[in-house]
Structure formats: C-alpha cells, structure tokens
Design a protein around this ligand. Structure first.
Ligand code: PMP
Length: 287
C-alpha cells in the first residue's frame, strides 16, 4: 500500500516522520477525510475549502493550491485502486528550523509543514446494518470552543467516543449547556413531527460535508427542515435521530442512553434520506 508523504508516494512501511514533528509532539495539525466513490472524490471542493478554513484557524499556510491538491489526491486514489475509498489528508506544522528549540510551544520561525495522505478501501454500512440502526449514548460536550477546526488533536473526541464503545454503542451524542452539538465523530439530526432539525453551524461543532448535503437534499426534495438550536428535551423526545459523516453516511440511531428513539427502528425519513443520498452520490460521480 502506497501513502503520500511530503512530495513522495511510497510504501506505508517506508513512510517515516521525525519524533520532533509538531503533529506528534503537540497534535499541532489539521486533517480531512474525503470519500471516494467509483474512483472519484466526492465534494472535493468542499473538503479542500474546509481544509483551508482549518489551516486558517491554526494560522498555518496551505502548502498546496487547489490544483496541486487535486492532482496529488487523484494520484493517490489511482494507486490505491479500489472503486470506493476514504482518503485521509493531514497537514501538521512540521519541524522546527535549524537552530530553533527542539520542543517549544511558539510556532517555529521556519517550520516546513508535513503533508501525509493515506487512501483505504471505504466500507459503508450494509443494508442489514442500516435496517438495524445503531445505539448511542449522551455525554456533556467538554471539548474546547473551536470545534469548527478539524484538528488532528482528537483526544477529547476519543475519550467521548470511547464512552459509547464501553456501552456497546456506535456514537456519543454531545450536549453543551442543554443543547445538542454533534457526535464525537459525526453530525446529529433530529426528526420531530416530520420536520428535520439540525443544530446551526458554529464554533461548537464541525459542519460536516455530509451535513450540508443532507440539508441540500432536504431542500431539493421538499422535506421540511429547520436549522436552529435543538434542546435536550427535543433530542430525547425525537421521532428519529440520525448520525451523519462522510464514512458513516446517514445512519439511524435507534436507542439513546438505552431508551428507544421513536419506534426504536430506523424511521421513514432516515430511509428516504439515505436513498436520496445514495442516488445523489452515484449521480454526481457519473456527471
Ligand atoms: N463532526 C465531527 C466531530 C467529525 O469528526 C465528523 C467526521 N469527521 C463530522 C462532524 C462529520 O463531517 P463529514 O460529514 O464532513 O464527514
């Protein structure tokens, strides 16, 4: 398996970085995960725009322009070879320059960013898994206040996600000050009385590319939807609950903290949105 590291495509086992890389020492970096369908990256322009926003958020210059990213990601996809893939892209603040302190919090004067990319086969949920849905638990969102930056420093998300693993569930749904923010690695939608509710993008969540697609599809297909803060009571009283992400797509949450969500099975709107999403992603790839 070939990966991309700092200008070269090389076997995974040969891809090495310094222990002084600030990604390793400080988690000083950002990332993206781009789904690839039928050999083509899905919504690449949105992922590259979000990468730019994350880089701006950590005050790190983008090492490549859009054309260069497209070319590199295209080459990696071709080398991986599978029809459906997920491409992981990471940019860290790299290494201190000559004569600079080896480990020091301030940005190095002459840092050279480290760029790493990995393409893996993408396995999305099977029809049986979709029909079953998943369970989730809730937790207080104790992350920092810059969750709109897709930071590679994911310790808070990892600890939160592990709470759901410990409960045998697929996601941790987070609440901050009584309001839904997002999942530990996904966005969360609520359906109540036929209306799709989504928390508004802010610094308290990462606005998913899938989140945007879901709202676009709702608008295009006349599905009532409102983007507004969603309180804890609405979350717990939901008819349907979905988690969305580039790799999970649209997945129904059928139990929350052990209690059934609505009828306790994936709801009709989840099934409809999943069907719309599947059609849409294949259509986009054919275009
Ligand atoms: N929020 C968080 C915290 C995430 O980690 C993810 C997935 N990386 C998302 C939302 C969903 O984003 P996307 O739809 O772009 O995968």
């Amino acid at each position: 398996m070939n990966v991309y590291l700092n200008g070269r495509f090389l076997p995974l086992a040969e891809a090495k970085i310094s222990v002084l890389d600030r990604g390793f020492l400080f988690g000083d970096g950002v990332y993206e995960v781009v789904p690839v369908y039928s050999g083509k990256p899905f919504r690449l322009e949105s992922h590259l725009r979000r990468l730019q926003a994350s880089l701006d958020g950590i005050r790190l210059a983008n090492p490549h322009d859009e054309a260069a990213w497209r070319a590199l990601i295209g080459q990696l996809i071709a080398q991986q070879g599978s029809e459906d893939q997920s491409v992981y892209v990471q940019v860290t603040r790299g290494l201190p320059g000559e004569g600079e302190p080896l480990r020091d919090h301030p940005f190095p004067q002459a840092a050279v960013p480290t760029v790493f990319m990995l393409a893996q086969p993408l396995v999305t949920a099977s029809p049986a898994q979709k029909a079953a849905g998943v369970c989730a638990v809730t937790a207080a969102d104790d992350r920092w206040l810059r969750c709109n930056i897709k930071a590679s420093a994911l310790l808070a998300n990892i600890l939160l996600r592990q709470q759901s693993v410990d409960a045998g569930c697929a996601e941790t749904v987070m609440l901050r000050d009584g309001y839904l923010t997002e999942g530990a690695a996904s966005n969360i939608f609520v359906v109540k009385d036929g209306v799709l509710l989504a928390p508004p993008p802010s610094n308290l969540m990462l606005t998913g590319i899938t989140y945007d697609v879901v709202l676009e599809l709702a608008a295009a297909h006349g599905i009532p939807h409102v983007v507004r803060p969603v309180g804890e009571a609405e979350l717990r009283g939901a008819d349907e609950l979905w988690m969305t992400s580039s790799t999970k797509e649209i997945m129904a949450i059928v139990r929350l903290d052990g209690a059934p969500v609505g009828a306790g099975v994936p709801g009709p709107l989840a099934q409809r949105m999943d069907a719309l999403y599947q059609t849409f992603k294949r259509e986009v790839m054919r275009a």
